[in-house]
Design a protein around this ligand. Structure first.
Ligand SMILES: CC(C)(COP(=O)(O)OP(=O)(O)OC[C@H]1O[C@@H](n2cnc3c(N)ncnc32)[C@H](O)[C@@H]1OP(=O)(O)O)[C@@H](O)C(=O)NCCC(=O)NCCS
Length: 144
């Protein structure tokens, strides 16, 4: 699986993938976000993104294509994004999810009260507007 940064020319493909998975996509073209495309045999199999800056970054937009779920790609994408965040100095990753809390818990993320998120995270568009208040908030300390 090859990982490449999503440039402006691939933003529409990213939006389509997120829309199909019912994930927020309205703000992907705004500054301060970085998205990655994962491909195999020339076709995209997953996307994932990071938002903000170290030490606390938002992990977002993790989606594996319908046809390739359940093969371990999600785990691989998560690991790649964590390494990418750590290489930028991130100490913690934060996320909101509605349907995949179990997936993230199995990968070392812990559920916390949304009110405990640091300001850099609670001020993101996802926290303020895009994700419904019913979404679970999870976070992970990297490198422990
Ligand atoms: C969540 C998602 C990324 C997982 O990708 P995947 O490639 O199917 O995951 P993997 O094959 O690597 O599965 C890893 C483990 O997580 C489990 N898992 C996968 N999706 C899960 C979910 N939604 N809830 C709970 N556990 C889940 C798998 O059963 C597997 O467990 P195992 O190792 O004990 O067999 C994928 O289902 C997806 O794209 N969902 C829609 C978008 C989404 O909700 N993204 C998260 C919010 S940003």
């Amino acid at each position: 699986m090859q990982m490449t940064k999503v440039g402006d020319n691939a933003l529409d493909q990213l939006r389509d993938a997120l829309r199909q998975a019912a994930l927020p996509c309205d703000d992907v073209g705004e500054p301060g976000r970085q998205f990655y495309r994962f491909e195999a045999d020339g076709k995209w199999v997953a996307f994932g993104g990071l938002e903000g800056a170290a030490p606390d970054m938002l992990l977002r937009s993790v989606v594996v294509s319908d046809a390739r779920r359940g093969e371990g790609l999600g785990n691989a994408v998560l690991l790649a994004l964590e390494q990418c965040a750590a290489s930028q100095g991130a100490l913690r990753l934060h996320l909101l999810t509605q349907g995949a809390a179990g997936f993230f818990s199995a990968n070392g993320y812990e559920r916390f009260d949304r009110q405990t998120a640091p300001a850099a995270i609670s001020q993101t568009v996802q926290f303020k507007q895009l994700c419904p208040a019913s979404a679970s908030y999870l976070r992970k300390t990297l490198g422990v």
